[in-house]
Design a protein. Structure first.
Length: 156
């Protein structure tokens, strides 16, 4: 596996990976479509150097993250998703470690993120600290009966 900066023209492929990853957790197509604008990997973020992709053989996208500086020594992990077929293989941990190092290299001392409840234990295992919970504009239940909430974490 290699982690590299995303290239111009990859937004559609990376967005598809994100949508498939979201659906993996039982969210139905209608909910995922309502959230699409928040899940899209934008070409402008790729051009700005905010998007990184984990690739396997033949440059296949296995995971993706977006990290953005938010000022005052903080960065935000805007997205981190792994292809469902590669979950549990260490790709998410490698992407998060890369994001933390990128934030540090950019002079940040904190990396903030909002997490889907299904990802909360992943971030805890990686050393993130729960800072609180927030209500979203919309809530939904997935096919497993879990409500979609948003948690804010700080990972130092």
């Amino acid at each position: 596996m290699i982690i590299r900066a995303a290239s111009n023209g990859e937004s559609a492929t990376l967005t598809q990976l994100v949508l498939e990853s979201k659906r993996h957790w039982g969210y139905d197509d209608a909910f995922v479509e309502r959230c699409r604008s928040e899940l899209v990997i934008h070409e402008r973020d790729i051009a700005a150097g905010c998007v990184y992709v984990a690739t396997g053989e033949n440059d296949e996208a296995l995971g993706v993250y977006v990290v953005k500086g938010v000022g005052a020594g903080e960065a935000e992990l805007d997205s981190l998703f792994v292809a469902p077929s590669h979950m549990g293989t260490g790709i998410g941990a490698a992407l998060l470690a890369h994001a933390k190092e990128k934030a540090r290299a950019d002079g940040c001392v904190a990396l903030r993120l909002d997490s889907d409840p299904f990802a909360a234990t992943f971030y805890e295992r990686q050393g993130a600290a729960l800072m609180g919970t927030a209500r979203l504009r919309r809530r939904a239940e997935n096919s497993r009966g879990s409500r979609f909430d948003c948690d804010e974490w700080v990972n130092s």
